[in-house]
Design a protein around this ligand. Structure first.
Ligand SMILES: [Zn+2]
Length: 497
């Protein structure tokens, strides 16, 4: 990158000879070149726009020409060789040769007794660098007359031209560094984005996996020969096979109910003759449609509740509505060795609940429907068909006392024991008593949230579709719903079944 004056200039490996027949006696050429870290074609790209020369080559004040065509005129105005000299010298030249990326020559002939020839040249060194040079010589009587001025001027042009190209080099290297920096930043951003996308995908995958395993993945639990619980995919289900017929308690809702029917046809050898619905909620009952011809047992209020809450669904498949109704007391069925007792209770989770007691020689099971939810915050039915909190709590305690050794199959969650049922009843009572106190003190629903804390139970939230929307049973929504039930301030847009 040294700025040097050279006697011999080489272009493309050959000694450089401008096309001119200038007499040697007038002057030695003013010439010099500089090596710059710019590819030859890139420097030419900058150089071949003469109207932009004044920006980097400070010997020019102004240039008229945009494209360096042979034969074209090149008109410009020079800066003075000292900035404080009060002149701007115009000049007119004719371009005599152009070799793209290599050299350009013009001659100045308009001044009387003055003939100058000026070449700029670019010599490629390698991929990244080149040599830029200027060669100038003049002759004629008017040149000789002002020889000192002209030589100073030519040296000024040479110096400014070489400095200018070094300015271009600096700009080029900075730009390259910047674009490398930008590139690097882009790569960094790409990396960050890719990593975030991956993390997000993993998180979504993880959440989806957890949701699937927690709420959807059907899980079989065999309590005794012919007595199998199928958890998740809506409500929990109990399938009982015996005496050449089968019975299903709470056959879920689509699509899990379709999966259930397929499972039954593969694993149960007897026809499904009986369905039992523990209560009217869709996630326990819509699957009735998968077993046409089966009798459907429920609490006597359930068919009306179904028609009221879900008219479109049930009017299309009236055969799937319960037809064997229990208003009070027990209804018993024998399936071989299995004794099945449906008992009308409540009001508790709804105004029409059944619990199903299953007695097999090897196992005793109580199917509670949504009276008991194991490990999740429960839904309360806020409609007039719905939950009676005090009734629910006392029913749960009664069940735990009545069947102390039974397996309790909850409406949602894993099977539990009488002790789990009591624990759940304790949670509900904590909620009920807490919210009742808050309500009696005249506090608002929002105040109830800060007064009644139930995090100690640490249940999972429970999602459910209600009227096309997704609702979540959580610690917070449980306090709100309890408050609304107790104070009878249920909003019209509540999570209705
Ligand atoms: Zn329910």
């Amino acid at each position: 990158m040294s700025l040097q004056e050279q006697d011999e200039i080489r272009v493309g490996g050959r000694p450089f000879q401008p096309d001119s027949a200038l007499s040697d006696r007038d002057m030695e050429p003013v010439t010099g070149s500089v090596e710059v870290q710019i590819p030859a074609q890139e420097l030419w790209r900058q150089f071949s726009k003469p109207h932009k020369w004044p920006r980097w080559n400070r010997c020019f004040f102004w240039v008229w020409n945009r494209s360096l065509q042979p034969g074209h005129r090149l008109i410009w105005i020079f800066q003075p060789i000292r900035w404080w000299y009060l002149y701007k010298m115009p000049a007119v030249a004719r371009i005599v040769e152009v070799e793209p990326e290599s050299k350009i020559t013009w001659e100045v002939t308009v001044l009387p007794g003055f003939h100058a020839i000026h070449t700029y040249f670019i010599e490629r060194i390698d991929e990244k660098s080149c040599r830029f040079g200027s060669w100038e010589k003049a002759s004629g009587w008017s040149f000789r007359l002002l020889r000192k001025f002209w030589l100073a001027h030519f040296r000024f042009v040479l110096k400014k031209s070489l400095e200018g190209v070094q300015t271009l080099e600096k700009e080029y290297l900075e730009l390259k560094a910047d674009s490398a920096g930008i590139q690097e930043k882009r790569i960094r951003w790409k990396y960050v984005l890719l990593t975030s996308a991956l993390v997000l995908l993993l998180a979504i995958g993880g959440i989806a996996g957890w949701l699937y395993l927690t709420y959807l993945h059907p899980e079989e639990i065999r309590f005794a020969p012919g007595v199998t619980a199928i958890l998740n995919g809506g409500s929990n289900t109990l399938v009982i096979e015996g005496d050449e017929r089968a019975l299903i308690v709470d056959p879920k809702f689509p699509p899990a109910s379709t999966w259930l029917r397929k499972w039954v046809s593969k694993n149960v050898n007897a026809p499904v003759q009986t369905l039992i619905n523990t209560h009217y909620h869709y996630d326990h009952t819509r699957g009735n449609a998968e077993f046409p011809g089966a009798r459907v047992i429920s609490h006597s209020r359930v068919p009306d509740f179904m028609r009221e809450s879900d008219p479109a669904w049930w009017s299309a498949i009236p055969f799937a509505l319960p037809d064997d109704l229990i208003e009070k007391g027990d209804f018993q069925l024998e399936l071989g060795a299995v004794q099945v007792t449906s008992r009308a209770i409540g009001p508790a989770h709804t105004q029409g609940d059944l619990v199903v007691h299953v007695l097999h020689p090897d196992a005793e099971i109580v199917v509670t429907g949504d009276l008991f939810i194991n490990g999740f915050y429960p839904f309360f039915d806020l409609s007039e068909r719905g939950t009676d909190l005090a009734g629910l709590i006392s029913t749960l305690r009664w069940l735990a006392d009545e069947y102390p050794n039974a397996i309790f199959l909850p409406g949602h969650g894993a099977p539990g024991t009488a002790s789990d049922v009591r624990e759940f009843a304790a949670y509900l009572e904590h909620l009920y008593v807490g919210v009742q106190r808050v309500a009696q003190e005249g506090l608002s629903e929002s105040q109830a949230l800060s007064e009644v804390k139930s995090r100690q139970w640490n249940y999972h939230f429970l999602p459910s579709f209600h009227r096309g929307g997704l609702c979540f049973a959580t610690a917070t929504s449980n306090v709100r719903w309890a408050y609304q039930l107790i104070t009878e301030t249920v909003p019209p847009d509540h999570c209705r079944f």
